[in-house]
Design a protein around this ligand. Structure first.
Ligand code: C2E
Ligand code: CA
Ligand code: CA
Ligand code: CA
Length: 285
């Protein structure tokens, strides 16, 4: 959300509806939203770029507001973060996503290697019992830790690197997959990166957008992919919208990606339908 000063925020929903409401009002409503289950998890496919096969989903929360419609996380995650509500919210998203995966596993709609990727916020990383919280959710939902991936932004890793390293190492020992999110948009120093036990590097969509349609210039994408290779991390490209971007990413040996070219985030029912329908063959060059 864009702070407009004097405690006002602009709310943008997916239909471009714009309204300005008071932060305080939003806070009150967000508390209520969590209690009254107005939050909903959407899922965006993560795809093997040269086959179109869906190997996992990223879980992305939305707020189904009774009067304002579907509200984007950009409008409420920063506020939830500020007032600490991100803690119960984050736990809820994680629980919900793991439970959904378990349902799909039981119905044999996904294979054993299918993963769910959940965003962790900076504030969650300061929770001393975060490892136990995640363990409990894995235990309650009976999810294999290897099917869970946690996405942590570069900037939240760098807020307190030592604490982050400790927490990540415990996750790693459990077998949970770890990814660095929004890579290149934070302020981390490259020399720090190899201290974090990370499996995946996610290229932020701002870099994928730099792939030029006409000049075929690639911007910083090749460098970011190189960094990932040197650090022995897998790469996921985010925000793939065009055939050109797909083709260029493939030529750079980027294996995985997500973006509107394949699908925007959708509800659970539509998401699992995409897994079985396998309709992206024609996109692959
Ligand atoms: P993110 O983690 O970088 O997630 C990717 C965002 O890019 C998502 O926005 C997704 O819908 C969008 N996206 C995917 N493909 C494309 C594309 O081809 N074009 C464009 N223009 N956008 C694309 P979304 O769902 O609105 O989420 C925004 C941010 O809110 C996320 O950015 C993440 O930082 C945060 N967020 C969402 N859900 C959660 C959550 O459960 N917990 C936390 N802590 N943060 C969350
Ligand atoms: Ca993410
Ligand atoms: Ca992110
Ligand atoms: Ca991003």
């Amino acid at each position: 959300a864009k702070a407009l000063g004097r405690g006002r925020y602009h709310i943008f929903d997916s239909t471009l509806h714009v309204a300005a409401i008071n932060t305080l009002e939003l806070e009150t409503e967000l508390h209520k939203a969590i209690k009254e289950q107005e939050l909903v998890v959407y899922y965006q496919p993560i795809v093997v770029l040269n086959t179109g096969k869906i190997v996992g989903f990223e879980a992305l929360v939305r707020w189904q507001h009774p009067t304002r419609g579907l509200i984007s996380p950009h409008s409420f995650i920063p506020i939830a973060e500020e007032i600490g509500l991100i803690i119960p919210l984050g736990k809820w998203v994680l629980h919900q996503s793991c439970q959904q995966l378990q349902t799909w596993q039981k119905q044999n709609l996904v294979d054993d290697s299918f993963f769910i990727s959940v965003n962790l916020s900076a504030r969650q990383l300061t929770q001393l019992d975060l490892n136990e919280q995640v363990d409990k959710i894995l235990h309650d939902t009976q999810i294999n830790p290897e099917c869970l991936k946690l996405e942590i932004t570069e900037s939240s890793l760098m807020e307190n690197p030592q604490i982050a390293i400790d927490i990540l190492q415990k996750f790693k020992q459990r077998g949970i997959q770890l990814g660095i999110d929004d890579f290149g948009t934070g302020y981390s120093s490259l020399s720090y990166l190899h201290y974090f036990p990370l499996d995946t590097l996610k290229i932020d969509q701002s870099f994928v957008k730099q792939i030029n349609e006409t000049s075929k210039k690639l911007g910083l994408v090749p460098i970011i992919i190189n960094i990932a290779q040197i650090l022995e991390m897998n790469v996921i490209a985010e925000g793939i919208e065009t055939q050109t971007q797909l083709r260029q990413l493939l030529s750079l040996n980027c294996k995985l990606g997500q973006g509107y070219l394949f699908s925007c985030p959708v509800n659970a029912e539509e998401a699992i339908h995409l897994v079985s329908s396998n309709e992206w063959q024609n996109l692959i060059p």
